[in-house]
Structures are given as C-alpha cells and as structure tokens.
Design a protein around this ligand. Sequence first.
Ligand SMILES: [Zn+2]
Length: 268
Amino acid sequence: VPELIEVERYRRVAARVVGRRIGEVDAPDTWYLKGGVGAVMLADLLVGAVVVDARRRGKLLLVDTDRGDVLGLRFGMTGRLLLSGPAAESTGGDDPVGDLLYGPRRDHVQYHRFALGFTDGSRLTVADPRRLGGVELAPPESRLGPPAESLDAAALALALGGSTAPLKAVLMDQHRIAGLGNLLCDEALWRAGLSPLRPAGSLDDTGSEALLRAIHETVAELSARGGSHTGDLQPARAPGGGCPRCGTALAHDRVGGRSTYWCPAEQR
Ligand SMILES: [Zn+2]
C-alpha cells in the first residue's frame, strides 16, 4: 500500500522525466480521471508541454509543466508508478528506484490506467489493479495537512487538538497530517506506546512528544529499510501475532476503517 515512503520513491522516478516533452496522454480508463477532467481536455493541455518538476505532498504526487498546469497522481491501495524508455535507462548502481524502471514491459497491461508518453520515447505509467487511485488536474494541495516527515510539536498539537475521534483515525486523515497510512500509523503508535483507540485530543505533553518522536523515527527508519512494510511490528501483524517487545498477544480491530494491530499491555 503506497504511503509517503512509497510515493517518495515514485517521486524520484517521476523526477527522471523533468525536462522531457509530453507527446501523448494515454487515458484508457475514464474512471481513473477525477475532478471532471476528460482525456481530450488533458491531451489538449499537456501534449507539447515540458515537465519542469516532480513534487510530493503526503501521498499525492504532483507533476508540474512549463505551461503552469499541475497533474496530481494518487495511488490508492495498489497503485504503482512505472517508467520505461530513455528516462529509465540512465540508472546508477545504487538507485533505490530500480525495480520501478522498465516496469511496463513486464507489468500486466490491463492494469495500466494512465500514462504520459514523451517525445523521446520515455513513458510514465500508472498501474493500479484495484483502481482506487486517480489522476486529477490542479489537485487541491492546500487542503492537505502538513507533511508527516516535517511535523513539529505545534503542528501535531493543531492536528490532534480537541478531537474525540480515535487517535489512529486522525493520524490517517490526510487533511490533518499528510502522508501516513495504515502501516506507518500502527508502527508509530506501537513505538510510542499509545493506543490507536484513545481520543486524539487526550494526549498530554509526554504522549505528544513520544508520538512525534515515533513518527519521525518510523518514517526515517522504514524509508532506509525500503518501505512501509518493514516495521518492527509488521511480522506480528497477523492472527495470533505477539508483541515483538513484550510477547503479549496483539489486539486486532478495524480502526478508522483499516485493519489495526496493537499491544494491549503497552499501548495506552
Ligand atoms: Zn507489548
């Protein structure tokens, strides 16, 4: 599931088309186009434009063109960004995005929902089996909360402030904090010793500091390890799993609509 760590890898992939000119917009799946934009309109706006930047805000990838248009890509539960052609071929030996390059050749074509073709033959493709992602023109970036990786104490307090919703649900709300998904939240809450169920507004200073530290450590460590699925809690996120720290059987429930695991002995 793409969380900020995975979308940051996609951003690095998309950065390889900066400076290249769009020659074709391939939008075979109109369901995948959001915000009322159609394939013809997208082609009118984008064909001939040059990509000037690839940015990320939380889990949203933003592609800027020299005409001032901004294309937003969301990856939902199963979306991936794949690159082929000349832009994919100039790869360094320690490139962390290597497995996303050359993708379209080996990937299932029926899952290709959207692609930008470039005049040099490069191709940037969104593959998404479950179709929960989407492509949008001028996505409302300002409605997203502050990025999780640069969160500070004041921003965290603002995001949680006064809410009686479960802590995990608030952390996953992209309008409050951008970038955290299911796995990063479970890992950070486990590291902080905080229950996903407690009201978000109930944290004292100690709890807030522990949570902030845990979010930053989780993002940094799991980024270095290679993905949201590399957390210390992850191997135990299964029926019968025990807490990796104390051995207590993990609790399991749906919180904020997502499958959630936590240690009932240590997370309060
Ligand atoms: Zn425990």
